[in-house]
Design a protein around this ligand. Structure first.
Ligand SMILES: *[C@@H]1O[C@H](CO)[C@@H](O)[C@H](O)[C@H]1NC(C)=O
Ligand SMILES: *[C@@H]1O[C@H](CO)[C@@H](O)[C@H](O)[C@H]1NC(C)=O
Ligand SMILES: *[C@@H]1O[C@H](CO)[C@@H](O)[C@H](O)[C@H]1NC(C)=O
Ligand SMILES: *[C@@H]1O[C@H](CO)[C@@H](O)[C@H](O)[C@H]1NC(C)=O
Ligand SMILES: *[C@@H]1O[C@H](CO)[C@@H](O)[C@H](O)[C@H]1NC(C)=O
Ligand SMILES: *[C@@H]1O[C@H](CO)[C@@H](O)[C@H](O)[C@H]1NC(C)=O
Ligand SMILES: *[C@@H]1O[C@H](CO)[C@@H](O)[C@H](O)[C@H]1NC(C)=O
Ligand SMILES: *[C@@H]1O[C@H](CO)[C@@H](O)[C@H](O)[C@H]1NC(C)=O
Ligand SMILES: *[C@@H]1O[C@H](CO)[C@@H](O)[C@H](O)[C@H]1NC(C)=O
Ligand SMILES: *[C@@H]1O[C@H](CO)[C@@H](O)[C@H](O)[C@H]1NC(C)=O
Ligand SMILES: *[C@@H]1O[C@H](CO)[C@@H](O)[C@H](O)[C@H]1NC(C)=O
Ligand SMILES: *[C@@H]1O[C@H](CO)[C@@H](O)[C@H](O)[C@H]1NC(C)=O
Length: 695
């Protein structure tokens, strides 16, 4: 059922009710008009007292002095029932002749006349009952034409009578002519009921509502016990057609707003009806109040059912996605890890819808080949970043789940924390802590920003990033290769604390495997050439990418730039050749150079160059890189501290924070144990090489 349609109707109804109140009543019953006589209800246009009926033809008398219960009369005819759909039922008398063995006892004819109403030709039948009976009706039509109809009924034995059907044996019927407004009925006998008066002393003739009269053999004997029979009249307004009537709006009787006009089917005039879906009296100005109770129930009921069905469908879909996205596997994993470490939470679709104001455009904080990132506010007021990926490779579900699990366990202050995910949507949604201050790329390459980025800050960012990657490579229960280290994946918070993000391309390396063959994936400018050629993924690929990042921090140049001459487009080669040619200080960024820490710059540059070695095995490990950078930082902060002291300090730090698998033997400080932060996402694993200019 069209819910919308019904709502529109409901609203139209309300409006019509309001409108109706504003229109002055004309040709309407006065207030206080009686609407019934006894228990017969009398709807307008009919009425029983002055000012209560539309015109004289609808005037009825209610006779409560002579009759109890009171009776209603139209002219001399008793009214049994009135309905606003243009019909009324009246009492119809019958003509009769009776005999005994001696001959005729009595006979009477009957007549009927109500010039304002038409005897329905479709719902009445002229009927004669008797076994020696001739019934005749003569009368006038509404246009003055005369008519005469009749039928003859015989039978010589009661047994020959067809009990229950009016078929000529004891009973006969014929149709009424169209448009008849009156009749006189007479009944006659051929043989004075000779030989049959025992079982059928009388003959009868009458006009009766077809559906009402069921002939039975009992009628041959006892029919006269009835007072009368019902007959149906059609009534209509005036003697004009709808079209003409509408022209004279003051007398047009279809007053209700939601009413329609119909020409009378068998005579002059028209009648009114409430429009489809409405009920009431179309002749009353604020009636046709539409939707009946049952219809209302239907509306409410069906919309309820519609809602339930929709909801159920929605639930099914959610469940399907949840399973498709490995939700069950995820739950199993969760229960296995229960209690061990703070782990990602499963968010519901409603949580995230609310958090993002139904994925409002204004909440979009990032868009790319991977999908869309929204800023959201959870119910507990935590600000989060919600990543809605574009693609979902069904084959990688298990891996996806595994990565979510692993990454959600990473609790490193320099890795963006994965708070949880939602698996009820077609594509899983990932929820991260929200990092306020944008990407490192923005801070390096944005004119106004770069000058704010001091050498000390750059060194801190480099050391923190290296520490985080080293931690991923060695500290997590299963080594993780990030695969997409670049300045746009390093985020900074208000305090310029580094947060490594986007583990969409990351791979978990089983401990017994040093390398992994994969589809080459990464970003041009940062992509390890060895990996690119061999498809052999090792931790050293991240080292290379980090080398590019270091060069970026040192020079302020983009990893890949078409502004530079062709041979220098790739920052890695440009950096390497410049150092080779002793031109390092010409390509460094002004800010660090102006700070005058030239020795340090040189050391970091050397480190970057080692990271950028073409052969992976010649590159340092991330642990070594991190250690070296951390050492430089300590010296920067406390130039008087010697290296030994630094080692002791880091050992102390490590004692507090290193994961329990004993992998680290006190060499690098990957985590100073301050804050809880962590990371991860991992789902956009398709595509081969993203053609990114490496910003
Ligand atoms: C009409 O009223 C009489 C008494 O006033 C009652 O006995 C009768 O059942 C009523 N008929 C209907 C159809 O309500
Ligand atoms: C009621 O009916 C009787 C008998 O038909 C008649 O005499 C009387 O005037 C009628 N009363 C009214 C108020 O019509
Ligand atoms: C017939 O009816 C009349 C009048 O009631 C009566 O006088 C006569 O005896 C009846 N005849 C028979 C045969 O019953
Ligand atoms: C038929 O109608 C006429 C005039 O309307 C009347 O004089 C006559 O008595 C009526 N006949 C019967 C049987 O009612
Ligand atoms: C005719 O039908 C009526 C009920 O419809 C029944 O009471 C009556 O006895 C029947 N007559 C005969 C002769 O069967
Ligand atoms: C019927 O009865 C009438 C008088 O009651 C008589 O004049 C007539 O001849 C009778 N007809 C027959 C066919 O018996
Ligand atoms: C009435 O019955 C008698 C005797 O059976 C028969 O002679 C006569 O014709 C019958 N009359 C009619 C009109 O059937
Ligand atoms: C006549 O018969 C029909 C069906 O056989 C029944 O529904 C209806 O109530 C009967 N009418 C009367 C007045 O008995
Ligand atoms: C229609 O009715 C009006 C008033 O009721 C009357 O004056 C007019 O003659 C009627 N027209 C026809 C064609 O019956
Ligand atoms: C980044 O942090 C700095 C220092 O807290 C602050 O001044 C600046 O407004 C922040 N930028 C953004 C984009 O949040
Ligand atoms: C930044 O540092 C201040 C002071 O140490 C601290 O209150 C605040 O929470 C830090 N902000 C973030 C995002 O870590
Ligand atoms: C850590 O140290 C222990 C003993 O000091 C040594 O047996 C172990 O091999 C070391 N592990 C690593 C990964 O260096």
């Amino acid at each position: 059922m069209a819910l919308r349609e019904m709502l529109v109707q409901l609203i139209t109804l309300l409006i019509s009710i309001l409108l109706a109140r504003a229109i002055a009543a004309t040709s309407q019953p006065e207030p206080g008009c009686p609407t019934s006589c006894g228990n017969l209800s009398i709807p307008f246009p009919f009425g029983t007292s002055d000012g209560c009926y539309l015109d004289d033809s609808f005037f009825l008398t209610c006779n409560d002095t002579q009759y109890n219960p009171p009776r209603t009369f139209a002219g001399d005819e008793q009214v049994l029932d009135i309905s606003v759909d243009g019909h009324m039922r009246v009492a119809s008398n019958f003509a009769q002749d009776c005999f005994n063995k001696s001959g005729l006892l009595f006979e009477k004819s009957t007549n009927f006349s109500l010039s304002n109403f038409v005897i329905s030709s479709t719902r009445n039948k002229f009927t004669a009952v008797g076994c020696d009976t001739i019934g005749v009706a003569v009368g006038e039509g509404s246009e003055g034409q005369n008519y005469a109809i009749g039928c003859i009924s015989y039978c010589n034995r009661i047994e020959s009578v067809d009990n229950g059907s009016c078929s000529g044996f004891g009973c006969c019927q014929t149709s009424m002519p169209q448009g008849a407004t009156d009749f006189t009925v007479v009944v006659g006998s051929t043989w004075n009921h000779t030989n049959i008066s025992d079982f059928n002393p009388c003959g009868y003739a009458f006009v009766v509502e077809e559906d009402y009269f069921n002939f039975s053999t009992l009628d041959l004997k006892d029919f006269q016990n009835r007072e009368n029979v019902p007959m149906v009249l059609d009534w209509a307004i005036g003697n004009e057609t709808c079209e003409d009537a509408k022209k004279n709006s003051s007398s047009y009787a279809c007053r209700a707003v939601n009413s329609d006009c119909y020409n009378s089917p068998n005579g002059l005039g028209y009648f009114c009806n409430c429009s489809r879906g409405y009920q009431g009296n179309p002749y009353l100005i604020d009636d046709c109040q539409g939707l009946s109770i049952s219809l209302l129930v239907l509306v409410v009921g069906s919309s309820w059912i519609y809602w339930i069905v929709k909801k159920r469908k929605h639930m099914k879909l959610k469940e399907k996605f949840f399973q498709q996205n490995g939700g069950l596997m995820f739950q199993q994993q969760l229960s296995r890890h229960e209690g061990s470490i703070e782990i990602a939470k499963i968010f519901t679709i409603e949580d995230l819808k609310k958090a993002t104001n139904n994925y409002d455009e204004s909440r979009v904080i990032g868009r790319g080949g991977f999908g869309t990132v929204y800023k959201g506010v959870l119910l507990d007021n935590r600000v989060v970043a919600i990543k809605k990926s574009k693609i979902s490779d069904q084959n990688q579900i298990e891996q996806f789940i595994n990565e979510v699990i692993v990454l959600s366990q990473i609790n490193h202050r320099n890795v963006v924390k994965l708070l949880g995910c939602c698996l009820e949507t077609e594509v899983p949604l990932l929820v991260y802590e929200f990092i306020t201050n944008g990407t490192l790329s923005y801070h390096i390459h944005n004119e106004g920003r770069a000058t704010l980025l001091s050498w000390e800050m750059r060194l801190k960012i480099a050391a923190e990033t290296a520490g985080a990657i080293a931690y991923l490579h060695s500290a997590a229960s299963m080594p993780i290769i990030h695969r997409d280290i670049k300045s746009t994946n390093i985020l900074l918070d208000d305090n310029y604390t580094t947060k490594v993000a986007d583990f969409g391309a990351s791979k978990l390396i089983p401990v017994d495997q040093a390398q992994l063959t994969t589809l080459v994936q990464g970003t041009f400018g940062y992509l390890d050439p060895e990996y690119f050629h061999s498809s052999q993924l090792t931790e050293k690929s991240d080292v290379y990418s980090f080398g590019v990042l270091l060069a970026e921090l040192l020079t302020g140049e983009k990893a890949l730039s078409f502004v530079r001459p062709e041979k220098d487009r790739n920052l890695a080669t440009y950096f390497d050749s410049s150092m080779e040619e002793g031109r390092l200080f010409q390509i460094l960024d002004h800010r660090p150079v102006n700070e005058g820490k030239l020795e340090q710059l040189k050391e970091v540059a050397e480190l970057a160059r080692r990271c950028l070695r073409v052969k992976g095995e010649e590159r340092p490990t991330m642990k070594e890189v991190a250690m070296e950078l951390e050492g430089l930082r300590v010296m920067e902060k406390h130039p008087w501290v010697n290296v030994n002291l630094y080692l002791e300090e880091t050992e102390l730090l490590l004692a507090k924070t290193v994961p329990s698998d004993g992998y680290n033997n006190g060499t690098i400080s990957v985590d100073n144990g301050c804050s809880s932060s962590t990371g991860y996402d991992s789902m956009k694993n398709q595509g081969i090489v993203s053609l990114n200019d490496g910003r």
